[in-house]
Design a protein around this ligand. Structure first.
Ligand code: DGL
Length: 277
């Protein structure tokens, strides 16, 4: 058995670091390897086919790095690629490996936060168009009404570190107003994009003060802890040296400068070139 079998955590860019931060807090003993496909981010407006292809390339890379388990810490990739990878590709590549997403753990509990039964979903255009959230929430909470709002400008603003500017405020307010115009009774708003925790305070500013804002980091971390408990055959493969490694498909200098905003700690990344399919 290889000495290092880190749990893989993937995002199109930096957003997945907000999830990784919570995961390493909850499960510090495990080794983790993070990959941001920054050279090709954002994924939010890309087609199903493209997001699937990019995500599969990343998953294959994690498997080469000996990850027994990969978390797609990206809603867009979870919405557009996860099911096909789980149902078709894993059979062909390696039946022993596992790939999990962030949508299922969130939809399992989101209904517990609302009193009015009206939940708002803020996400990328890709996640919204996939209808993954309304479909999945219906399975667990059939009586809840889901209102979706695509926020296509938010990830580019955050990836470019422009989210604390007046220009960003304009777009934050714009999408919140559009969401609230769909129902005035929305009392729970899910940040269904792993980049959005960075603008949580600003989102809060434009929502009614009684709103509950739910971000995914802690939810996904808890769900992973439970998954590892339920699946000892996967858990025993995950190496436990408390090691974290970071990789990016773009400039490591940019990544290291920017990543700490998302991860709240210093990061030293290595460059990787993903093999095109
Ligand atoms: N962080 C990814 C998500 O959760 C987003 C983004 C993108 O690349 O557009 O959807």
């Amino acid at each position: 058995m290889p000495s290092s079998q880190p749990i893989g955590v993937f995002d199109s860019g930096y957003g997945g670091l907000t999830i990784l931060q919570q995961i390493v807090t909850r499960l510090p003993q495990y080794d983790f390897i993070y990959l941001g496909d920054n050279a090709r981010a954002p994924y939010g407006n890309r087609s199903f086919e493209t997001v699937y292809q990019y995500t599969l390339e990343a998953v294959k890379w994690f498997f080469k790095m000996e990850s027994p388990l990969v978390i797609l810490a990206c809603n867009t990739a979870s919405a557009k690629a996860l099911r096909t990878i789980q149902q078709n590709d894993l059979q062909k590549i390696d039946k022993e490996k596992r790939v999990l997403g962030v949508i299922r753990p969130t939809t399992e509990i989101i209904g517990n936060f609302t009193k009015t039964g009206k939940v708002g979903i803020l996400a990328t255009s890709g996640t919204v168009q996939s209808e993954s959230y309304p479909i999945e929430i219906k399975k667990f909470f059939p009586d809840i009404h889901v209102f979706q709002q695509a926020c296509p400008m938010w990830v580019p603003l955050i990836e470019n570190n422009e989210h604390n500017t007046a220009g960003a405020d304009y777009f934050i307010k714009k999408y919140i107003d559009e969401l609230l115009s769909k129902s005035k009774d929305i009392d729970t708003v899910l940040l269904a994009c792993t980049h959005y925790p960075l603008i949580k305070n600003k989102i809060q500013q434009y929502l009614p003060s009684t709103s509950t804002i739910v971000s995914q980091g802690e939810i996904v971390a808890e769900s992973l802890a439970e998954y590892l408990q339920r699946h000892p055959e996967i858990e025993k493969k995950c190496s436990k040296n408390g090691k974290r490694s970071f990789f990016t498909t773009d400039s490591t200098i940019d990544f290291d400068q920017h990543a700490s905003i998302f991860y709240n700690a210093k990061v030293e990344s290595k460059h990787v070139h993903l093999e095109q399919m």
